[in-house]
Design a protein around this ligand. Structure first.
Ligand SMILES: Cc1cc2nc3c(=O)[nH]c(=O)nc-3n(C[C@H](O)[C@H](O)[C@H](O)COP(=O)(O)OP(=O)(O)OC[C@H]3O[C@@H](n4cnc5c(N)ncnc54)[C@H](O)[C@@H]3O)c2cc1C
Length: 155
């Protein structure tokens, strides 16, 4: 099996066609990871999300350094994965422009406010926040066929 390194634009295309990530944050040397929905905004090089206020938000408020993985996995031999190192920024309720922008982007997904506001689906603002992850570094890898001439032997 060969592992192909993805270019930044290939990573960005994967981020554009996916909406589910694993978001890792950390506090006091303890990592924490949860599945999360997102929308990629290529013009701003960031990921937008909407989340219930709980452990992950409290931890990211304390330590905004995060890591995100997004993947397209068929099986152990056929997969593409992207890893993003980024910085959490919460969008303040009074920042109407940024909130409108976030909502506009997230609306590409039906019922975008779920599951973050599952208890108050008619009023998605209650107990949940808009946020964005500024992408600092992005890498991608794809498990490919050995007969692909662009493949880079990895292991
Ligand atoms: C496909 C998918 C998409 C999702 N999209 C979003 C989204 O866009 N926004 C959003 O806010 N949430 C989303 N979730 C739910 C998310 O994964 C978390 O469960 C949720 O946000 C609560 O996380 P919290 O840190 O606030 O937990 P809290 O409610 O503060 O609870 C913390 C405790 O619950 C445990 N816990 C939290 N989440 C999980 C979990 N998923 N599985 C097992 N244990 C858990 C933790 O280990 C910890 O002990 C999604 C989940 C899935 C499966």
């Amino acid at each position: 099996m060969l592992i192909h390194e993805l270019s930044v634009s290939q990573c960005e295309r994967l981020l554009e066609r996916n909406q589910l990530a694993r978001l890792a944050c950390a506090l006091s040397d303890q990592p924490y990871i949860v599945p999360i929905s997102f929308t990629f905004a290529p013009q701003e090089n960031c990921l937008y999300g909407f989340a219930s206020v709980g452990q992950k938000i409290e931890w990211m408020r304390s330590n905004p350094k995060v890591c995100i993985t997004v993947d397209e996995i068929i099986d152990r031999f056929h997969w593409t994965t992207v890893v993003v190192i980024g910085r959490y920024e919460e969008i303040a309720p009074q920042d109407v422009t940024a909130r409108r922008r976030a909502q506009h982007l997230l609306q590409r997904r039906p019922q975008w406010w779920l599951p973050a506001a599952a208890e108050s689906a008619d009023e998605p603002q209650g107990g949940a926040v808009f946020f964005r992850i500024h992408i600092g570094d992005v890498t991608g890898r794809r498990a490919g066929s050995p007969d692909d001439p662009s493949a880079t032997p990895h292991v």
